[in-house]
Design a protein around this ligand. Structure first.
Ligand code: ATP
Ligand code: MG
Length: 727
């Protein structure tokens, strides 16, 4: 190709380039980890913009997290030079859904200032409905029903659609009525839940062909990352927007990897990949086979592991990043999780110092990926002790703290006076003598007249219904909110926020509190107000918070990342630590209890995702004793360890089990390895080691060499299960 390609194209390989330059018609990129799928999407957008094919506002691009959306925006800016103006439709399914719904709220029976409820709000609301039905909310837990509604919504099912059997399963057969009542209640509250952010737009598109047509005209290009993890509702939404009348170009490009489908438990349908070719006839399917991220050892370990899954599409992966100096994937054993955390902490510090002649590593380049979030505490404790910077990504978040939620309820009610859940949360916080009886009275009064509770309060304080003390207290609440609402436009929002927390007595409540946590809570409240500065208005801030999926991170701080395997999708790190590879934890007990193949295979895909996050170093750990729910249990090494290929894996023993690290490259001297009995102090007969020893040449049969590259054939191209091949 003699044409001079723009700079942003020149670094791509031919297949990637094809995926970027095939702008007309549907394109599906199906490829393994680290082959540049996300890079293709980013470059494709840059290409569309640079060639003037569309304005930023005419591109609809869906990422899996808000963080990924931000990064993509930055990357595009770098590629096309200068900041990307706008790109208002680049975001997660949810954030794009909010935007659509705000534009057409009235068609869903909402006002454009609707509130987005989080799980906690939803559960509280459902509990009220269950009680209102005269049902026992202990027998029929609200949280369980919230889960059922979520599942239905992920499948795109409205109350009328849910299968008879499913509906009967809850509340003496009243499941469907409850779901309908819940939807009605949301409308009264001028609120919606996360599922509605997709379901409402779907209904609006279906009922208003004109509006849909409008969006068909608007979105010239549609792009979706992590396509394997879309659920049915998302797919329906996408298909409505992407399927055009005959003769009109359907410029939709989806990229994904069936081996990285890890949200089946949340309703994701990997079959959406197969459906794509049916729904978009003539789709160009492009495969990327070269991995740019990981060393041969990392890729080899991951590829061999995932080959144990049966339900796969065929794929080939290779890398030419082969360096004899590359470290194999290392499996470590530790006595318990405390030792595991200690040893990983030491390893991190060693890498940071650049011991044994190695280069110094930034903490930003290291990540600990856990199967379950409870595993994080140990690392957090340890790192605090060591003074090692870390950040928790996607975990229990700043905004989920009690004091933050209370403060947010005040802000919500100021912005959206119909938000009864917010009202109920703070009407007696701090304590004002407005007890349960008063609140129930307010509740009933409001229900009877179909008005919000704050409006009901304004009426009631004009009457003699309440005792003088309660009446005075409620009067003050009503007055305060009136006053804050009036200031909403004029007063700078951070100032107003501070004023609300002061005048409501909320800050004073924590100042008076003598508990150990109180000072921390006050600091958090200050931080909350500080964090609002980045937004233009209180409403903008509230919307942001309801959408934040990512943890609060200080991007400038050099810190180790701690996150679940699920949140690590799409990310990459120089060094990855994977602790807790034990039966019952990973694969998780829930998946094992299911008994079927699918749960276990999803766990294995999760392991594949974990290993393939690593560029250079991947350390896997298991412990022989773990405390689960407060009880010590002795554990079995994960079966996934059995499934790693010897050729790419070394076995090490934790320091305390072996009496010190030897010298050598990167701190991993041979003296640390004791191939004869690496588990002298922790395992007498480690099952996975025995299995390793029994491994025959069959392991190596999966490996070959192609033009100097290590080549792994991990696919079942010709005879895939259920005939699933993409050739
Ligand atoms: P995942 O499946 O994990 O999401 P992916 O297929 O999206 O992976 P990317 O994250 O886009 O892969 O790319 C992996 C790494 O390889 C990135 O660091 C990216 O910059 C790099 N990379 C991709 N393509 C090329 C290329 N043609 N030349 C050099 N580096 C590349
Ligand atoms: Mg990616």
């Amino acid at each position: 190709d003699q044409r001079r390609a723009p700079d942003y194209l020149s670094g791509l390989n031919p297949e990637q380039r094809e995926a970027v330059e095939t702008l007309d018609g549907p394109v599906l990129v199906l490829a393994g980890a680290g082959t540049g799928k996300t890079r293709v999407l980013t470059t494709r957008i840059a290409h569309i913009l640079a060639t003037g094919r569309a304005f930023p506002s005419q591109i609809l691009a869906v990422t899996f997290t808000n963080k990924a959306a931000r990064e993509m925006k930055e990357r595009i800016g770098v590629l096309v030079g200068g900041a990307v103006e706008g790109m208002p439709w680049l975001g997660t399914f949810h954030s794009i859904g909010v935007r659509l719904l705000r534009r057409h709220a009235e068609l869903a029976g909402l006002r454009s200032d609707f509130t987005i409820l989080d799980t906690d709000d939803v559960v509280r609301l459902i509990k009220q409905l269950i009680q209102a039905e005269g049902l026992d909310d202990k027998r029929w837990p609200a949280r369980q029903f919230a889960g059922m509604i979520d599942t239905w919504k992920n499948k795109g099912l409205l109350p009328a659609d849910i299968p008879e059997g499913d509906a009967r399963a809850f509340a003496n057969g009243k499941g469907r009525e409850l779901y309908a009542a819940y939807q009605a209640r949301l409308k009264t509250l001028n609120a919606c839940d996360f599922g509605d952010l997709l379901l409402h737009p779907i209904a609006i598109f279906r009922q208003n062909p004109d509006i849909l047509k409008d969006y068909h005209g608007r979105f010239r290009y549609i792009l979706v990352d992590e396509y394997q993890d879309t659920n049915t509702a998302q797919y329906m939404w996408l298909r409505l927007l992407a399927q055009r009348p005959k003769g009109t170009p359907q410029n939709v490009c989806c990229v994904g990897d069936d081996d990285q489908s890890i949200y089946g438990w949340r309703g994701a349908e990997v079959d959406n990949i197969l459906r794509f070719e049916k729904d978009f006839p003539g789709a160009r399917v492009i495969k990327l086979e070269r991995n740019y991220r990981s060393t041969e050892h990392i890729l080899g370990a991951a590829g061999h592991l995932i080959a144990h899954n049966e339900g796969r599409l065929g794929k080939t992966l290779f890398t030419d990043r082969t360096d004899p100096e590359d470290e194999k994937v290392i499996v470590h054993a530790a006595w318990d999780s405390e030792e595991e955390a200690r040893a990983i902490g030491e390893e991190i510090e060693r890498l940071q110092r650049g011991d044994a002649g190695g280069r110094k590593h930034a903490l930003n380049d290291m990540a600990i990926l856990v199967r379950a979030s409870f595993q994080m505490r140990e690392f957090e404790d340890r790192f605090v002790t060591l003074g090692l910077n870390y950040r928790v990504i996607g975990g229990p978040r700043f905004y989920e703290r009690l004091e933050i939620r209370d403060a947010m309820a005040y802000f919500r009610l100021v912005c959206q006076p119909a938000d009864d859940l917010a009202f109920e949360r703070i009407v007696n916080t701090p304590k004002r003598g407005l007890g349960d009886t008063t609140v129930r009275y307010l509740h009933d009064y409001a229900r009877a007249r179909d008005i919000p509770m704050l409006a009901a309060s304004a009426e009631i304080v004009e009457t003699d219904e309440l005792k003088p003390k309660a009446r005075k207290a409620l009067f003050d609440v009503v007055q305060s909110f009136r006053n804050w609402q009036q200031q909403l436009e004029a007063t700078p929002h951070t100032e107003l926020a501070e004023q609300i927390l002061e005048e409501s007595g909320y800050t004073d409540m924590w100042k008076a509190d003598k508990s150990a946590e109180a000072p921390g809570r006050l600091e958090n409240l200050k931080e909350l107000v500080r964090s609002m500065e980045a937004f233009e208005s209180m409403r903008g801030f509230l919307e942001h918070v309801s959408l934040v999926m990512d943890a609060e991170t200080n991007e400038n701080l050099d810190a180790v990342s701690i996150m679940t395997l699920h949140s690590a999708k799409g990310l990459e790190f120089d060094t990855v630590f994977l602790p807790g590879w034990e039966e019952g934890l990973f694969p998780h007990q829930r998946a094992l209890d299911e008994g079927g193949r699918s749960g276990l295979e999803e766990e294995r895909r999760l392991a594949y995702v974990g290993i393939t996050r690593a560029k250079h170093r991947c350390h896997i750990w298991f412990v022989s004793n773990r405390r689960i729910h407060g009880l010590w249990q002795s554990t079995m090494p994960s079966r996934f360890l059995d499934e790693l290929p010897q050729a790419h894996v070394d076995v090490a023993v934790a320091e305390s089990n072996y009496g010190g690290y030897g010298g050598g490259r990167g701190g991993y001297g041979q003296s640390r390895f004791d191939k004869a009995d690496p588990f002298a102090n922790s395992y007498s007969t480690p099952g996975w080691k025995r299995a390793q020893a029994n491994k025959t040449d069959a392991t190596r049969d999966n490996w070959g060499t192609r033009s100097g590259h290590a080549v792994e054939r991990i696919g079942y191209g010709e005879s895939g299960p259920r005939g699933r091949t993409i050739d």
